[in-house]
Design a protein around this ligand. Structure first.
Ligand code: ADP
Ligand code: MG
Length: 439
C-alpha cells in the first residue's frame, strides 16, 4: 500500500437554495484519500453523499472549502476521476461495444486502437460474447457492467461509485461486487483509489478498507472506521458481525432528550426536523418483532436480516420508534420502552390511540392541527399546506413530508384527507381532545 495522498477535502460546505429556503446539505467536511485505498462513504439518504461525490469529481464547485487533488486545488471537472452512477445511461441505439468505444473516443483514443481496447474492457468485466447486444437486451446487472467498463475506459486514477449496486437484484449485485473486488485487488485496473457511496452497511463492511460514516441535517462526517479484515470477507464471521454492530452504533446514535429529538414546528426558531418516511405497517412489524423476543436489548444490525429490510429503511424505522417514544437506542442496540411494549401488544384500536397521543406531540403534527383549527371550516387545501412547508424544506421534500404527515395523521385518526377535493381536515372522530373546536 502506498501512502501518497490522492485527494484531500478541506472544510467543504455545500448549501442549496436561496433566501428562506437556503439549507446546508453538507457541512465542514474534511477527508483524505490515500493511494491504494478503497473507502466507503456511508450514511442515510439525504446526508449529502452524492453531493460530495460530485464535488470530488469536479462536477460542481462547493459553496465553501476546497478540494486538493495530488496537492493541487481542483478547478472544473477532475480529469482523473470518473463516476459510476446507480443506473447508467447507456445510449440505446448503440450496441455494447459501441457504447464503450464512445467513451474511448471522448477520451481521444485513436480509432485503430478503440476496438481492441473496448473488447478488452468488456472482457474484463465479464461481458465477452455480448459485444453486439443492445442495452435493451441486457439485464440490469449486465447494463451496469457496461457502465463500469465505460467508467474504466478512461482509466481513472480515482473511481467514484455512487450506490452502484443498489438498483440491481441481489444476485447480480453480489456477482458484480465480487468482480469489482477482484479487478481492484489483483491490480487488473490502473485505478489508484476507489471511493464508493453506499447506504448499505453490509456492503461497505464487505468491500472497503475504511468506512467514513456520515449523518444528516446537516450532512457531515461523524466517524471513520478502519476495516482491518482480510479478503475475501466472511459475512457470518464474528469479526464481520462486530464491525456491522460498530457501524450501526455510530449511525443509529443515542436517544437524546425528547425536546432535542423532536425539533421545532415549522416557522419557529430552530431546526424543523423531517419526519422519517416510513410505513406504519413496517413500524408495527418491527415493534411486534421486538416484543416477541425474550431479550430486552436487540442488536440493530441483526434486524436487517431478521426483518428483511435494508439499512436505510431499518434506520428510518428505528428513528421513528425513537421519535414516538416506543424505543430507546444506544450502542447499536434497541430496547422497547414500556409504551412500545404496550403498543406492540395492544389491539388495533388501542394502538391507534397510543399512536395518536404520541403523534400529536410531534412539532409538525401540532403545527398542522393548529392551522386546521384556525381555518374557518377546519379544512385546508393540500397546496396551501404544502406551500407553507416549502418555506422550510426543498420542494420535493416538502411534498413527501406532507404525504408522510398525512399518512401518520390518518393512521392515528387525527386527520382526514379527501382525494377529490384535495382537502386536509381534522378527523371528526377525534372529538374528545378537540371537543370545543370540532363542528
Ligand atoms: P445522498 O446522496 O446522501 O442521498 P444528496 O447529496 O443527494 O444526498 O442530497 C443531500 C441533500 O441535498 C438532500 O436534502 C437533497 O434533497 C439536497 N440536494 C441535492 N442536490 C440538490 C440540488 N441540486 N439542489 C437542491 N437541493 C439538492
Ligand atoms: Mg445519493
Amino acid at each position: 500500500m502506498n501512502d501518497e495522498v490522492l485527494l484531500r477535502l478541506e472544510n467543504i460546505t455545500q448549501e442549496y437554495g436561496t433566501g428562506a429556503r437556503r439549507f446546508i446539505a453538507v457541512e465542514n467536511v474534511n477527508l483524505t484519500l490515500d493511494e491504494g485505498e478503497y473507502v466507503a462513504l456511508l450514511g442515510p439518504s439525504g446526508c449529502g453523499k452524492s453531493t460530495l461525490l460530485r464535488i470530488i469529481a469536479g462536477l460542481q464547485p462547493p459553496s465553501r472549502g476546497r478540494v486538493l487533488y495530488r496537492g493541487q486545488p481542483l478547478r472544473g471537472v477532475n480529469p482523473h476521476a470518473s463516476i459510476v452512477f446507480q443506473t447508467f445511461a447507456l445510449f440505446p441505439w448503440l450496441n455494447v461495444l459501441e457504447n464503450v468505444e464512445l467513451a474511448l473516443q471522448v477520451k481521444g483514443v485513436e480509432p485503430g486502437e478503440r476496438l481492441d481496447r473496448a473488447v478488452d474492457l468488456l472482457d474484463r468485466v465479464g461481458l465477452d460474447g455480448f459485444e453486439t447486444a443492445y442495452p435493451r437486451e441486457l439485464s440490469g446487472g449486465m447494463r451496469q457492467k457496461v457502465g463500469f467498463a465505460r467508467a474504466m475506459a478512461v482509466e481513472p486514477e480515482l473511481l467514484c461509485l455512487d450506490e452502484p449496486f443498489s438498483a440491481l437484484d441481489v444476485l447480480s449485485a453480489e456477482a458484480l461486487r465480487g468482480e469489482l473486488l477482484e479487478l481492484w485487488s489483483e491490480g487488473k485496473i490502473p485505478t489508484k483509489a476507489i471511493l464508493m457511496v453506499s447506504h448499505n452497511i453490509e456492503e461497505a463492511v464487505f468491500m472497503a478498507d475504511r468506512i467514513v460514516v456520515m449523518d444528516k441535517e446537516p450532512g457531515r462526517i461523524v466517524a471513520e472506521l478502519e476495516v482491518g479484515l482480510p479478503h475475501p470477507r466472511q459475512r457470518k464471521s464474528p469479526e464481520f458481525q462486530k464491525m456491522m454492530d460498530q457501524v450501526y452504533a455510530t449511525l443509529a446514535g443515542e436517544t437524546r432528550p425528547e425536546s432535542e429529538e423532536m425539533g421545532v414546528a415549522p416557522g419557529e426558531v430552530g431546526v424543523t426536523r423531517r419526519l422519517p418516511e416510513v410505513s406504519l405497517d413496517d413500524l408495527t412489524g418491527l415493534l411486534e418483532h421486538l416484543a416477541e423476543s425474550d431479550l430486552p436489548q436487540h442488536d440493530i444490525y441483526l434486524l436487517e436480516d431478521e426483518l428483511g429490510v435494508d439499512t436505510d429503511r431499518l434506520l428510518r424505522l428505528t428513528e421513528t420508534a425513537e421519535l414516538l417514544g416506543f424505543a430507546v437506542i444506544g450502542n447499536g442496540d434497541m430496547e422497547l420502552t414500556p409504551l412500545g411494549q404496550t403498543f406492540a401488544e395492544a389491539s388495533i384500536l388501542a394502538r391507534k390511540e397510543i399512536f395518536a397521543a404520541r403523534a400529536r406531540r410531534l412539532p409538525m403534527m401540532r403545527w398542522l392541527l393548529k392551522m386546521l383549527h384556525a381555518a374557518g371550516d377546519q379544512r385546508l387545501k393540500w397546496d396551501v399546506v404544502e406551500s407553507a412547508l416549502n418555506l422550510e424544506f426543498p420542494p420535493e421534500v416538502a411534498q413527501s413530508q406532507l404525504e408522510n404527515l398525512i399518512n401518520w395523521g390518518r393512521y392515528g385518526e387525527l386527520l382526514a384527507y379527501d382525494v377529490q377535493t384535495e382537502e386536509i381536515s381534522i378527523d371528526k372522530e377525534t372529538a374528545p381532545a378537540y371537543a370545543g373546536a370540532v363542528r
